[in-house]
Design a protein around this ligand. Structure first.
Ligand code: M1P
Length: 261
């Protein structure tokens, strides 16, 4: 490997993890058990996390026993790698607004706000939580019920959305209406979807690890189906993709692949 930073790892491999549904339950914290397993794994290989969420949220979820995400992982990639850390140091970044420009952004946001106002969802209190559009460095996150929803409301909406397809229909309209904007609309979590420039999906983070020339790059994620926000990196030729159903499933698979069980 070219970097002496990882010379202590016996295997020249990188193992990357999605956060929600892979290392933690959606928007919740990682357990001490999975952190312990990751610490053991880190003695063998290089490890990283790549989430769609912003850095603050990922840090909250992976803050265990006084130790932060940037300390526990060799690479921390928030917003698909638009905010990136390698061994605690920041890597170069780009911005959504620079890509799109204020004028196009205004048209997009106005359309979204009108669409949200006209949405007919049965439980109206779902609409009272606020933060329907969250502007981030490398993407915009849109939630039909608002990002301030409680955990119970998250579960209620997710179950409803599986049947009603609120987000899928919303995304379809946006794809048609803004076909010339060069944007991707991706459903990654329970209550929202992300909008980012095409190509700025989770494969974006792979450019930050190219210099290390890893022999293998593994990726673990739960939204690996087409349309899910793990799909592109899971199916990328540069990675070995692992589809998991929960943090417990991730732990089991890690033990099988990297530890003698
Ligand atoms: O990491 C997956 C997704 O997690 C959140 O989604 P939701 O709030 O809908 O569960 C968001 O941070 C989203 O951006 C992210 O892709």
């Amino acid at each position: 490997m070219s970097s002496s930073a990882f010379a202590d790892r016996p295997q020249k491999k990188l193992v990357l993890f999605d956060v929600d549904g892979t290392l933690t339950p959606a928007r919740q914290s990682a357990t001490p058990e999975i952190i312990e397993l990751l610490r053991a794994l880190r003695k063998k290989v290089v490890i990283g996390v790549v989430g769609g969420s912003d850095f603050v949220k990922i840090s909250e979820q992976l803050f265990v026993a006084g130790s932060s995400a940037v300390e526990e992982f060799d690479y921390t990639f928030a917003e698909n790698g638009l905010t990136a850390y390698k061994l605690g140091k920041t890597l170069p970044s780009q911005s959504f607004i620079k890509f799109l420009g204020e004028d196009k952004y205004k048209v997009l946001v106005n359309f979204i706000l009108h669409y949200l106002a006209d949405l007919d969802i049965p439980i109206k209190r779902w609409f009272c939580r606020g933060t329907f559009i969250e502007f981030r460095n490398g993407m915009v996150n849109v939630s039909p019920i608002g990002r301030n929803a409680t955990t119970a409301e998250r579960h209620e909406f997710e179950a409803y959305d599986k049947k009603a397809g609120v987000r899928a229909a919303f995304v379809k309209v946006l794809q048609e209406k803004f076909a010339d904007y060069g944007l991707t609309f991706s459903i990654g979590g329970q209550i929202s979807f992300d909008i980012f420039p095409t190509g700025w999906d989770k494969t974006y983070c792979l450019q930050h690890v190219e210099d290390e020339q890893f022999e293998e790059i593994h990726f673990f994620g739960d939204k690996t189906h087409k349309g899910g926000n793990d799909y592109e990196i899971y199916s990328d030729s540069r990675t070995i993709g692992h589809s998991v159903s929960s943090p417990a499933d991730t732990m089991q698979l890690l033990k099988e692949l990297f530890f003698e069980v």
